[in-house]
Ligand binder design. Structure first.
Ligand SMILES: *[C@@H]1O[C@H](CO)[C@@H](O)[C@H](O)[C@H]1NC(C)=O
Ligand SMILES: *[C@@H]1O[C@H](CO)[C@@H](O)[C@H](O)[C@H]1NC(C)=O
Ligand SMILES: *[C@@H]1O[C@H](CO)[C@@H](O)[C@H](O)[C@H]1NC(C)=O
Length: 566
């Protein structure tokens, strides 16, 4: 039932023409052979991006009439001893278009000889381009620009899929500086997935050794980042991130290591080179984020659209004055296929800030705005993310992991003090509203927290978990709605959804939600309620104790209604 609901609320349709990627198993997930973590999108082509001459697999695919035939599946196009089916996750050659392949991990390219670098493959693979990307940034070579490398000591990578590691570094603090560019230093490219660079307050704890990241690092101001495919970042010539004396004296890098094979023999010493100067620029730069932090992407769909808004109401609260956007980029993970951010001005005019019609996780597009784009309080932003989930067997939710999803756009802007806050949407709720409800979600996830125990006891003492609206329940629920921001009318739906997502194994959570909503049907669904009270009158079962086993039909209606309301 829940799944059916998600499907119904997700904009999804089957597109008429499916590209070649859809005609082979895991067509969108084929890894690049010598650039770990990158994907090879044009699987049949010599160029990883597609187009131009075909590789041997592409030739065989064409000969098979652009179909995944058993013959093509059993063939070993690159002659490395593994059949095309084995390389693409369909070892038994049973896959059909639109279905999930047997596996979506441990894939390899069917047109490139493996193992990469072995004697038997070197000559065969001479056509494969492994070059990394190069940053163009004249300011790096200007007089007065200095470089500092923020790197891990060689650290062994845990043998688990996802590791978030944090480490702080001292910044030059003898004077005031502007940081004007960053470049990645990638040491173990088989695990480096992304890095985020934050400026720290003086009170932030120092982590001179890398640690798995927790909450509340005290380093909250983002000043840089790197994702796969980015050669680095070069700031607008009139702005820089302020560091040094009187500003951040420490920086934190958050590393995301992706180790899907759970190897235990890898070590990494990656980091970032920062370029900074005491020739201060005219403005201090800042980073602004907008997007959706509640995603539900059902499996096996060719197109799923999720969106978020940063309304005029919220920009009026978050924007203190005009902000000048100098650059931006979209951010989703591997399911993302298209994303844009639309700016709608108070006067009704519109402008696309980013527009990736063919989004690729490992090939992010950096948008630069020259002259900068002015954003005023009262303007609004709409972010639209489109995903393709044909390779997934399960619903994909929002999250930081590689196989979870995101829908964000990041913008550089100046002056830094023009924007105070982020402009995310959580479900249907914008962050500026969320903040005002005063909702503190964390205790709700802790079943032994005294506030949570008290909440459950209060609700259960007066409300029924089987669909009856008890006398006294409404008053208790109304009081909770007034005193706990998480259950206020704006937040309740989001809170229920989040609880069901993260505590889906706890029956108490379902009971709490049934109980808290047990009186809503009286007002929100008068017909059902009336039928129910008639039924009770006839059968005289409303004994006020809720143990009404005769009432299965109503119970089912109730559950259905709850899911519909959610
Ligand atoms: C990674 O860093 C270590 C230590 O600095 C170094 O010995 C090693 O050669 C580096 N590996 C690569 C691939 O750069
Ligand atoms: C849950 O709440 C209890 C009581 O306040 C506290 O001792 C415990 O540390 C909390 N657990 C977590 C995981 O926060
Ligand atoms: C309802 O429950 C109370 C306490 O559990 C019990 O004393 C009472 O007899 C019950 N009423 C009926 C009608 O079962």
């Amino acid at each position: 039932m829940f799944l059916a609901l998600i499907l119904a609320t997700t904009v999804a349709f089957v597109s008429g023409h499916a590209g070649y990627q859809e005609k082979i198993p895991n067509g969108r997930n084929v890894p690049h052979s010598c650039k770990p973590n990158y994907l090879w999108k044009g699987v049949g082509h010599l160029n990883q991006a597609g187009g131009g001459d075909r590789n041997q697999f592409g030739k065989d695919f064409a000969q098979a009439g652009h179909q995944w035939t058993v013959e093509l599946c059993e063939k070993d196009s690159d002659g490395d001893g593994m059949s095309n089916g084995q390389e693409l996750g369909d070892p038994n050659c049973q896959w059909e278009q639109g279905k999930a392949p047997d596996r979506d991990t441990l894939l390899s390219h069917p047109g490139i000889c493996d193992p990469w670098g072995s004697a038997k493959c070197n000559e065969k693979n001479s056509w494969v381009n492994c070059d990394s990307d190069v940053l163009t940034c004249p300011a790096i070579d200007e007089e007065g620009t200095q470089r500092m490398d923020l790197r891990l000591d060689l650290t062994s990578v845990p043998n688990k899929e996802t590791t978030y590691l944090c480490m702080t570094f001292d910044l030059p603090s003898d004077e005031e500086y502007h940081m004007i560019a960053t470049k990645p230093i990638i040491n173990e490219s088989r695990v480096m997935h992304h890095m985020l660079l934050y400026a720290c307050s003086d009170a932030a704890p120092t982590m001179t050794e890398p640690q798995e990241c927790g909450m509340g690092s005290g380093c909250d101001t983002m000043i840089g980042g790197w994702t796969l495919g980015s050669a680095g970042e070069c700031l607008h010539h009139e702005a820089g991130f302020r560091i040094g004396k009187g500003f951040a004296k420490k920086a934190l890098i958050q590393y995301h290591w992706n180790n899907p094979e759970k190897r235990y023999d890898l070590s990494d010493a990656s980091g970032m080179a920062i370029y900074y100067t005491k020739n201060l620029r005219k403005y201090d730069a800042g980073v602004f984020r907008t997007g959706q932090t509640y995603l539900e992407i059902p499996p096996l769909l060719p197109k799923v659209v999720q969106q978020s808004s940063c309304s005029a109401r919220c920009t009026k609260k978050i924007f203190k004055k005009s902000a000048y956007l100098t650059g931006g980029s979209n951010h989703m993970h591997y399911l993302g296929i298209a994303q844009h951010v639309l700016l709608r001005r108070a006067d009704g005019t519109e402008q696309m800030l980013t527009n990736d019609q063919q989004f690729r996780y490992d090939n992010p597009v950096d948008y630069t705005y020259e002259p900068p784009i002015v954003l005023n309080p009262g303007d609004s932003l709409e972010t639209v993310c489109t995903y393709q989930s044909m390779s997934r067997q399960k619903t994909t939710f929002y999250g930081e992991g590689t196989y979870e999803e995101m829908c964000f756009a990041f913008f550089n802007y100046y002056p830094a003090d023009a924007i105070q806050g982020i402009c995310d949407t959580r479900g249907n709720l914008e962050f500026c509203d969320y903040r005002e409800t005063g909702c503190k979600m964390a205790p709700l996830f802790n079943m032994t927290h005294p506030d949570t125990i008290a909440l459950y006891e209060k609700v259960m003492s007066k409300c029924s978990i089987t669909g009856d609206c008890y006398h006294g329940c409404r008053a208790v629920v109304d009081e909770i709605k007034k005193t706990n921001g998480c259950f206020s009318s704006k937040m309740a739906d989001f809170t229920y959804k989040t609880l069901l997502k993260y505590l889906s194994d706890k029956v108490e959570v379902y009971q709490l939600i049934y109980a808290m909503r047990s009186c809503e049907f009286e007002t929100e669904n008068p017909i059902v309620y009336q039928e129910y009270t008639e039924y009770n009158k006839d059968n005289d079962v409303n004994d006020g104790n809720g143990s009404n086993n005769n009432n299965v039909a109503f119970y089912l209606v109730l559950i259905c209604s709850i899911y519909t309301l959610l």
